[in-house]
Design a protein around this ligand. Structure first.
Ligand SMILES: [Fe+2]
Length: 485
C-alpha cells in the first residue's frame, strides 16, 4: 500500500463544524422492513456470500422522554444478505424487555448508559435492592456455535434468529454486574472469552470462558480491584490476556447509591496513570502491573508476543474520556466535533517490567477491524477503521481509514456528505494476503437522507459496489459478517 490518499475520490473535506448535516444519523428509525433485492451499483464479488448483521441504537425517545446519549438508543438489528451478486436488507427492533416495556408504558423503563429514568427515591431504592438492568443490546453481536447474540455492557446477552431477526431470549449467564460487548474467540475451544466485573464488598475483574454451546461460564481468572476502571474491551495474545485499566474509575457504592446515570458515576483520575496487567490464559495468574501515562480508550485493536517475548498491544486511545462527553446527543446533533483518536502501540516486557508506547500513524481511527480470523493474537500488518478529517476542527467520522502498520502509511475513502461506520473486513476464501478481501461499511448519505452499504476492496479502498437501504440507518457501533446466516 502506498503512503498516499490515492483512493480518496475528493480532496475537499466536508467535516468540521457544520457536520450537523449528519444530524439525521442520530434521529430515530421506526420503520421495520424486509426487502429481497435492494438497488446495487457495481458488481459484487461472486465469492461474497453470507450476511453482515449489525446492532445499533435506533430509538432515542419514548413518549415525552428523550435519551441523552448516543449509547442509550433502543437497539435495532440489521441484516444485509449477499448471494449471487444480489443484496437483501432487513431491519427489526431487538425485542428486549427494555423495548417491550417502553412500548407498553410509553416511557423509558430501564436505566441506560447515560439516561436514568429512576428519578424518584422510591424507584431508586427499588432498583438498588432489585437491580433492573437493561438488556438493550445495542453495541455488538457475536456468533457462538449455533447462536447469534446481541450484547451490551450489562450482563444480559440477547439471542436472536439471524434470518428473521426475531428475539429469542437471554443467551447465557454472565458472572458479574458489568461486562464487555467485545468478547474474543478462544481458538482452542471454539468458545468465547470475555470480561466481567463482579461488584460487591470485594470487587473483582473476572475473565470467563463460554463453550460454543455453553450457558454456564467458567471463570478462568479473577483479579481484585478497589475501584474498577471503565472497560469496553481487552486484548489477547496466544499466552496472555491484556487488561488495560485506564484511570476512569468508579466506586461501586456510588454506582448503587449516588442516583446518577451509570457513566456519570465514573471519575477521571489521571494521577493513577494507565495500568496494564497480563493474565496467563492457562494458569489465570497475573503479571504486573505495568504503569504508563494516563489515557483513555474503548477499543483494543490487536495484541501479540514478539520474538523476544514482549507483548505488543495496539489500542485506539484518547487523551482523556472527554470523548464520552462529546457523544451526548444534544452536542452531536449540533455538529460539535468529537476528540480525535490515536492508534497507539504499547510494548510491555513481562520479564523486565518495562512498558513503552508510541503513536503508530499521525491520524488515528476508531471502530477498528482487522483480519481477525487470521491475525488475532498474532503479528499483523493491517487495520481498518472510521476516521476524522485531518487537522484542526474535526467533526464526526467521515472517512474509512486503512493503516499499513509495517509501512506506517494510511489511506482513506471519503465522499462529501457521507459518514461511514465501522468497516468490517471479510477475507476472500483461500486468500494468500492478509488484506485480500472486502470491507463492508454502512454509510449515511446525509445529502440523500438514506444509508447505503459500501463494499470496498480492502487492499486499496477502491469501491466495488454499494447497495442502498430504503431509509436512514442511525449511526451504530458494531456488527459481524457470517457466512452461515
Ligand atoms: Fe465497541
Amino acid at each position: 500500500m502506498e503512503p498516499t490518499a490515492a483512493a480518496e475520490p475528493t480532496a475537499t473535506a466536508t467535516a468540521g463544524p457544520g457536520y450537523a448535516e449528519a444530524e439525521i444519523g442520530f434521529e430515530s428509525l421506526d420503520e421495520e422492513v424486509r426487502i429481497d433485492d435492494v438497488p446495487v451499483e457495481g458488481a459484487l464479488p461472486e465469492w461474497l456470500r453470507g450476511s453482515l448483521i449489525r446492532t445499533g441504537p435506533a430509538k432515542f425517545e419514548v413518549g415525552e422522554q428523550r435519551m441523552r446519549h448516543w449509547f442509550d438508543g433502543l437497539a435495532m438489528l440489521y441484516r444485509f444478505g449477499f448471494a449471487d451478486g444480489r443484496v437483501s436488507y432487513a431491519n427489526r427492533f431487538l425485542g428486549s424487555k427494555a423495548k417491550r416495556t417502553a412500548d407498553e408504558r410509553g416511557e423509558i423503563a430501564y436505566a441506560e448508559f447515560a439516561t436514568d429514568p429512576c428519578r424518584s427515591l422510591f424507584k431508586r431504592m427499588f432498583s438498588v435492592f432489585s437491580p433492573q438492568l437493561s438488556d438493550n443490546a445495542n453495541v455488538n453481536l457475536v456468533e457462538l456455535g449455533e447462536r447469534f447474540v446481541a450484547m451490551t455492557e450489562t450482563p444480559i446477552p440477547v439471542q436472536f434468529d439471524p434470518e428473521t431477526l426475531a428475539t429469542a431470549g437471554v443467551a447465557w449467564e454472565v458472572p458479574g454486574e458489568l461486562t464487555t460487548a467485545h468478547p474474543h474467540l478462544d481458538r482452542d475451544s471454539g468458545g468465547m472469552l470475555n470480561y466481567a466485573a463482579k461488584l460487591g464488598p470485594r470487587n473483582r475483574y473476572r475473565f470467563f470462558l463460554l463453550g460454543p454451546d455453553g450457558a454456564e461460564p467458567e471463570i478462568r481468572a479473577s483479579l481484585p480491584t478497589r475501584e474498577p476502571a471503565y472497560m469496553h474491551s481487552f486484548g489477547l495474545t496466544e499466552r496472555w490476556i491484556v487488561l488495560a485499566e485506564f484511570p476512569f474509575v468508579v466506586n461501586p457504592l456510588q454506582l448503587a447509591l449516588a442516583g446518577r446515570p451509570y457513566i456519570e458515576n465514573y471519575r477521571w483520575k489521571p494521577e493513577l496513570g494507565t495500568r496494564f496487567t497480563l493474565v496467563d490464559r492457562s494458569s489465570g495468574e497475573a503479571t504486573g502491573p505495568f504503569m504508563t501515562d494516563a489515557c483513555f480508550g474503548f477499543h483494543h485493536v490487536n495484541a501479540y508476543e514478539d520474538d523476544d517475548g514482549r507483548v505488543v498491544a495496539d489500542i485506539c486511545t484518547f487523551e482523556d474520556p472527554e470523548v464520552i462527553e462529546s457523544l451526548y446527543l444534544d452536542r452531536l446533533r449540533q455538529g460539535a466535533p468529537i476528540p480525535k483518536p490515536s492508534l497507539t502501540r504499547f510494548v510491555i516486557d513481562p520479564e523486565g517490567g518495562g512498558i513503552d508506547y508510541e503513536q503508530l500513524v499521525p491520524d488515528g481511527l476508531d471502530l477498528p477491524r482487522i483480519n481477525y480470523g487470521r491475525c488475532n493474537e498474532r503479528p499483523y500488518r493491517y487495520v481498518w477503521g472510521a476516521g476524522l478529517a485531518p487537522g484542526e476542527g474535526g467533526g464526526f467520522f467521515d472517512r474509512i481509514v486503512a493503516v499499513d502498520i509495517e509501512e506506517r502509511a494510511t489511506r482513506s475513502w471519503h465522499e462529501p456528505h457521507c459518514y461511514p461506520g465501522e468497516p468490517v473486513f471479510v477475507a476472500e476464501p483461500g486468500a494468500e494476503e492478509e488484506n485480500q478481501g472486502v470491507l463492508l461499511s454502512v454509510v449515511l448519505d446525509a445529502a440523500a437522507g438514506t444509508s447505503f452499504l459500501l463494499v470496498l476492496d480492502a487492499s486499496d479502498l477502491s469501491e466495488i459496489a454499494r447497495a442502498r437501504a430504503p431509509h436512514h440507518i442511525p449511526f451504530g457501533f458494531h456488527g459481524q459478517f457470517s457466512r452461515r446466516a
